[in-house]
Design a binder for this molecule. Sequence first.
Ligand SMILES: Cc1cc2nc3c(=O)[nH]c(=O)nc-3n(C[C@H](O)[C@H](O)[C@H](O)COP(=O)(O)OP(=O)(O)OC[C@H]3O[C@@H](n4cnc5c(N)ncnc54)[C@H](O)[C@@H]3O)c2cc1C
Length: 456
Amino acid sequence: MTQIEPIHIIGGGMAGSEAAWQAASMGVPVILHEMRPVRGTDAHKTDGLAEMVCSNSFRSDDHETNAVGLLHWEMRQAGGLIMEMGDRHSLPAGGALAVDRDLFSADVTARLEAHPLIEIDRGEVAGIPPADWSSVIVATGPLTSPALAESVRGLTGEDGLAFFDAIAPIVYFDSVDLSKAWFQSRYDKGETEEERTAYLNCPMDREQYEGFIDALLAAEKTEFKEWEGTPYFEACLPIEVMAERGRETLRWGPLKPVGLTNPHDPTVKAHAVVQLRRDNALGTLYNIVGFQTKMKYGAQAEVFKRIPGLEGARFARLGGIHRNTFLNSPKVLDGEMRLKAEPRLRFAGQVTGVEGYVESAAMGLLAGRLAAAERLGAPLASPPATTAIGALLNHITGGAEAATFQPMNVNFGLFPPLDLGIKGGRKRKRDRARAYSERAKQDWLGWLGKDAEAAA
Ligand SMILES: Cc1cc2nc3c(=O)[nH]c(=O)nc-3n(C[C@H](O)[C@H](O)[C@H](O)COP(=O)(O)OP(=O)(O)OC[C@H]3O[C@@H](n4cnc5c(N)ncnc54)[C@H](O)[C@@H]3O)c2cc1C
């Protein structure tokens, strides 16, 4: 019998652990490289595989009307190790799946160590893997070691790998002063009245704009220690970094005043306009467009309240920038998560631009199966975009805009629409979610080659 060459998996977190389990379960040997405890990260505290670095929740377990619950279901149907261990070590948490993180990680580690086809190598892979690793899954997560990240960047180009994700502040609608702000989309764009009035606009005259720029430049910023100097995607530069590039930069960027008329003062052209975009279906929250920032929280509230209309603003969330190494996947990965520039390297987990433990494990499950099938000489087609795993894959490898790509949780907005003639209302929303879930389950079982009765 010819020996099957191993798949090398780099990173033994949520994605790498699941990928190793899936590939080995298909009969393909795996060498799993995990750098801890030889080298640590800023968030991990143990040397266990699949360590949950912050919360201990896999979120909703409702597989009938919740997209993350549906992801749980799909992973269970595929014999996922992360879900099996999550279920085994679950804690009471209402409709959510909370997990005893220590028992969970210890059990994942023990199962992988005990598998005859899995070898665990504790050490950092500090650069592009050697040429004789002909099938590799990179699952090194949001805190990918700097040496590996730099090498990957050498392959993807400057805008192919980001080191941060950026969040703009969110304001409560009822705290915006509508005697100053007004609803209008730029150039009144949109098919419906709702689209034509999708933004709230806050006008600035020259003096207000200049004062705002001074305040931005002077505000206290969060220190980034060793990450200082690492690059951003151009599409999500912090607002103060844009201001540092020149006092007029913002007026040509997110604060450009064109295509907007202030109904409170129609004859006066604003010097600059801050736009807020609706952030939830209820219309109770608005995010300030382009205002991702690394100003300290106190400074943010002070600076943003200088914006006319936001003097009394209450913030549901302040802006922030977090360490998160992730690929511009829509640009650099093919439809099966392989790096276009070097297809022997497949990526999985949070580094592909999904967000969360469950989403990361799901991408590991898929990468493990795709790589193993390829190794066995019988490549698999990607799962349909109507499934939760397929919808995530479709989003990161093509559905999302490369220019503004930011990490994404699973949600029904990523699924191809189903025309059910259902509109509006809470109950209707649940009916719609149920229909999406039913379609997903059927299609997922089809992809797995399982029959529905056996799976029930
Ligand atoms: C501070 C912080 C808090 C978070 N909180 C939450 C939360 O509450 N809920 C949630 O759902 N998600 C949270 N996340 C996101 C979370 O990291 C992911 O959801 C999930 O852990 C990602 O899984 P992963 O397998 O892609 O990466 P990880 O689980 O991080 O696994 C990557 C592994 O790769 C290893 N590694 C890195 N570089 C190398 C290398 N060069 N060679 C060998 N090994 C390497 C690391 O040691 C690590 O074990 C948080 C992330 C951070 C950074």
